[in-house]
Every structure is written in structure tokens, then in C-alpha cells.
Design a protein around this ligand. Sequence first.
Ligand code: GDP
Ligand code: IMO
Ligand code: MG
Length: 423
Amino acid sequence: MPVDVLLGLQWGDEGKGKIVDCLSSRYDIIARFQGGPNAGHSLEFDGKKHILHTIPSGIFHKNIKNLIGNGVVIDPIVFDSELKQLNMDAEELNSRLFVSNKAHLILPTHRLLDKASEVLKGKSKIGSTLKGIGPAYMDKTGRNGLRVGDLFKSDWDQRYQAIVDKHFDLLNLYPIETDFDFDLEQNLFFEKLEILRKSSVVNSLAFLQNAISKNQKILAEGAQGTLLDIDFGTYPYVTSSSTTSAGACIGLGISPRSIHHVYGISKAYTTRVGKGPFPTEIFDHHATFLLKNGNEIGATTGRQRRCGWLDLVALKYAVELNGVSHLILTKGDVLSGLDKFQVCWQYTINGSVTKHFPYDLNQRKLRPQLKEFEGWQQDISGIKNKKNLPKPFHKYLHFIENYLTIPVHIISVGPDRSQTIYE
Ligand code: GDP
Ligand code: IMO
Ligand code: MG
């Protein structure tokens, strides 16, 4: 079975970029299967930090191919700015990076529609990254979307104009004030389309099937997290794609039978950007501690992330939903220095206790039941061997493993590639 999947088990930002980079050398191909520029995947090595939005996190490794799959939505403007930051010549880039001809495009009007939709929702807004994700996926499922392959068709101009006209008809229904300079954005979009046309656009299905027939190994890289999944997340406070392991099949065109390991990533605590329920959210000095120590600032929008304790009820739900075979725990180092910290192991809903993740997390009477753990004071960010981690860390780890009934495979103790403890 040639495909492994790596994905987030919480509300995103679990450290997917870092871990994909760490695991890349085990694979021939790294393939993103959903999401778009709403994602911000950070990785660090040689004292430098890189943030990727659409490009898979294996891009810094020579001789590894990176595929942007059919399930991804691409904004050519963001894509070009990412390419520029890579600082690679065109030949090198085109041998490392491949784009599915079936990936959908985000148009400038999708970003406008995203903003309009949020303004109209008022208090109940999602807290979208405003990258045009929802409207682009709506056009995909509404069968109006434009795909990368359409860029090479003779009727591109007419099709583009038809959809933009439709968008403006819609926008007329939303009287919002915006400083969006459409002509400027559209000109930039046209300019960047040329860059996309010159990239290695492929029939991604044939690309992957050919790799599989040669026994090559593929790592499918997820974006966002399980609790932001369109079907299984905390709807409607979710994104618009399938972020779970099943999404890898749809977003790449691979059979469920070809999936082997499912790597699920969780922080040692929880964060969330944007709006929506978050049972273990905290507001006291511990929240400030996690925010500061964990540098919890969104990689895409620069917004502060909301912080809280690890929620094992939600994590178990995510582990089961994805069929996680290997757990990866990141940011344990951030807890260093706390006297005590907490973890949620069950909920009380309307007076009854449950370990099941409920249909509607917005229920007002939901209370997380917390278990307290002893902290540790030492800096663990330089530890290379699991046995050297402090005793209280091991106690926490055992509790998590016993609760989830799967072992922790990798422990990440810092943002750098080197700060990683492998089983
Ligand atoms: P992603 O979206 O899942 O790829 O995660 P992000 O890159 O958005 O956010 C994770 C943040 O934590 C980034 O700034 C990483 O550099 C950083 N990070 C990843 N793993 C660790 C870790 O184990 N410890 C610490 N302190 N930071 C980490
Ligand atoms: P990575 O891949 C964290 C959140 C937004 C918002 C909701 C919907 O870096 O983990 P959207 O722009 O999709 O309409 O926003 O989802 N969100 C993320 N939160 N990490 C992400 O990606 C996210 N992508 C979207 O904050 O609440
Ligand atoms: Mg992120």
C-alpha cells in the first residue's frame, strides 16, 4: 500500500508543515489533497522559517516531487508569491512541483464574495480567512467553477467573463462597503495566470497511478484539521473541504485500498482561529502563557489563536474518524514552566456525562470535565531521546496513549526540523 496520509486532528495549525518536512525523505511524492491559501504551513531548518499556503511541504527536498492535487483550490496570486519566496529557478521548480489540471481556481471575485458573505452574517460570521475558499468550493460543487486545465482552452476568456458576471449579479444583492480595487486585482490575477500556465500542469490521476505502478511512496498532506471538516467538523464553523483521511481519496483520486498509515497530528494543548465552539478554551493567565510561549499567531492571517487545554473527547473522535494509526504530538515544549495544566477527558451535557463528541458543540450546557497534571520546569526543546523527557511529561503521554489506545509515534519539541523525537 503506497500511500500514507498526514492530517490535523484539531482545528488546524497542529504543526503539519513541520512534520511533513521531517517525513519527506521517506517518500517519492508529497501531495496536498484539499484546502487552499487559507492554510499556512510553517517549517524551519538552517535557522530559517518558511510558510507555505498552497505548495506541499516537501518542496525543500531535492528529488522529491510535490503535487497540488485536484481537491485543492488555487489562487494564482498567492501561488506566485509562494513561488517567489522559494527562490528556485524555473527548471528546478518545474521538476519538483506539479499542479493537477483538475484543481479549481480562486478568482478575485471569490474573495469579494467571501467578504460579502461574512459581512452579511454579522455576529454569526465564521471568521473566514477571506481567501475566497467557500465561494470557490461553492462554484465547484455548483458546477460553475474554472479549473487549471481550462486555462489552456480557447474559450477561457468567455468562461471567465461569464462567471465574473454571475458573481457581480450576486454581489449586487450584498450591499457591502469594501476598499477592494477590482480592476487592480483582476489585472494582477491575469498576470499571475501566465505563471500558472508555465508551471508543470499534469493529469494528476495518471501522475499518481504511474508512481504507484512503480512502487513509489506517496504522502498525502492535509490542510486545516478534522474539526474544520465540512461534514464532520463543528458545522457551520468549518472550512469548505473534506479534511479527513477520506478526503485524501477524493482530493487525489486514490483508492481507499492504497492507504496504509494515517498520521494524525495534535498539539499538546488546543488552539483555534476564527469563530466557533471550543469547550476547553481558557481565558486566564494560562491562555496568555500558551499564546506567548507557543507563539500562537496565525501563519496566514496574523490573527491571535484562541488557546485552551487538550480535549481528549474531541481528539478520540478525530482519531476514530480518520483511522489514525500513528499519533504525532507537537508543542509539548510549550507547556514547560507550568506548575500544573489540565486535560479534558469527558463532557457534561445538560447534567449527563459523556465521552462522545456531540452533534452540536454549541449547546450552552456543555462543560468539559478536566483532569489536572503536574507540570515540569525544565526546557525540553533540546531533548533528542524520549527517555530523557521529564517524568511528568511521560505521565501525560501515557494518559493520552491509554485514552486514545494508540501509541505516540513522534514527539515534536520545537519548530525546527531537528527538534523532533522519533519512536
Ligand atoms: P500547520 O498549519 O499545521 O502546518 O501549523 P502552523 O505552521 O500553522 O502552526 C504551527 C506553529 O508551531 C508554527 O509556527 C511552527 O513553526 C510551530 N511548531 C511546530 N511544531 C512545534 C513544536 O513542537 N514546538 C514549538 N514550540 N513550535 C512548533
Ligand atoms: P492550516 O492548514 C487554522 C479556519 C478559519 C475559519 C474557518 C473557515 O494552516 O491548519 P476559511 O478561510 O476556510 O473560510 O475559514 O476555518 N481555518 C483555519 N484555521 N488553520 C488553518 O489551516 C485554517 N484554514 C481555515 O480561521 O475559522
Ligand atoms: Mg497553519
